[in-house]
Design a protein around this ligand. Structure first.
Ligand SMILES: C[S@@+](CC[C@H](N)C(=O)[O-])C[C@H]1O[C@@H](n2cnc3c(N)ncnc32)[C@H](O)[C@@H]1O
Length: 277
């Protein structure tokens, strides 16, 4: 971890949020094994919108990341029963699937993030506009799912359930307004985020999406790692939901965004999460 130091950005009663500015590939080997209950992985893909790209399958993974090394290191620092949440396109997982599996991970589910507005207008006459992104969920050991915290708000209802098979009396079903989480999450993308949420980071993920993932795949007091922290969305989500978090970010300009976002983390950000679709 040459030259890189670990900064404590905020220490709340029940969550310590830390940042290391540096190269994740160099820093990961210095982190202790068996430590993180959840890893949020949103790597820097070189996905291009340029119409002249011939082989997008290949282009999507053209980064200088050593994926095998990265995934093995991530697996090592994760606790026995833990979760990896991995942002990417379908091609990413087609290409990386065997590397992810040979690192030791087992596939759980893919989650679709649906955006209010499509993107990729440069390709609009070559293929359909894109309005979703994929996030795959992998486990190390047994699945760790916090279904209670993952419950989503809905409209309460009550109805009489009639069984046509057993000719039983109708049974009253009362729903208190909560729904089990599904594999589809509706959340704003960069251009549709409220201005108090939007930063200068080009691929910032929405807080409502990342917070839902953090709540679903970790528990209060857990340790969460984000090796490509970007604008710090995972760290903000962890500060707000009482998880400890460590972010690694190579770019000092983005690190400055992270510092200011985390330090300003207030419960008042709730308004951002209410963003209607
Ligand atoms: C897709 S973005 C992450 C966005 C983040 N999830 C958010 O919501 O803001 C990937 C980030 O990884 C950073 N990065 C690229 N290579 C890196 C490396 N080797 N180590 C650490 N960070 C790196 C980039 O600077 C970029 O900010």
């Amino acid at each position: 971890m040459e030259g890189a130091s670990r900064e404590v950005l905020v220490e709340l009663k029940d969550a310590k949020i830390e940042l290391i500015v540096g190269d994740a590939l160099k820093i990961l080997p210095s982190l202790p094994s068996n430590t993180y209950h959840l890893v949020v992985l949103d790597p820097p893909y070189l996905v291009t919108e340029a119409p002249n790209v011939k082989d997008e399958y290949h282009e999507a993974l053209k980064t200088n990341i050593d994926w095998e090394f990265l995934l093995k290191q991530i697996y090592r620092v994760m606790t026995q029963d833990s979760v990896l949440v991995f942002f990417g396109h379908l091609v990413t997982f087609m290409e990386l699937g065997s590397i992810i599996k040979s690192a030791g991970f087992r596939y759980v589910i893919d989650i679709v993030w649906v955006k209010p507005h499509p993107v990729n207008f440069l390709m609009s006459k070559s293929k359909p506009l894109s309005q979703h992104e994929t996030i795959t969920v992998w486990r190390k050991g047994k699945m760790r799912y916090n279904w209670q915290e993952a419950l989503e708000r809905g409209t309460p209802y009550s109805k009489a359930l009639v069984s046509s098979i057993y000719k039983a009396e109708p049974r009253a079903v009362v729903n208190n307004g909560y729904r089990y989480m599904t594999d589809v999450i509706f959340a704003p993308n960069k251009p549709t985020m409220k201005k108090e949420e939007r930063t200068k980071h080009p691929t910032q993920k929405p807080l409502s999406l990342v917070e839902q993932l953090v709540k679903a795949f970790s528990f209060k007091g857990d340790n969460v790692l984000d090796p490509f922290a970007g604008s710090g969305t995972t760290l903000v989500a962890c500060a707000r939901t009482s998880r400890n978090a460590l972010g690694i970010e190579i770019n000092e300009e983005y690190a400055e965004i992270i510092r200011s976002r985390v330090k300003n983390t207030q419960l008042s950000l709730d308004s951002v999460l209410e963003t209607s679709f």
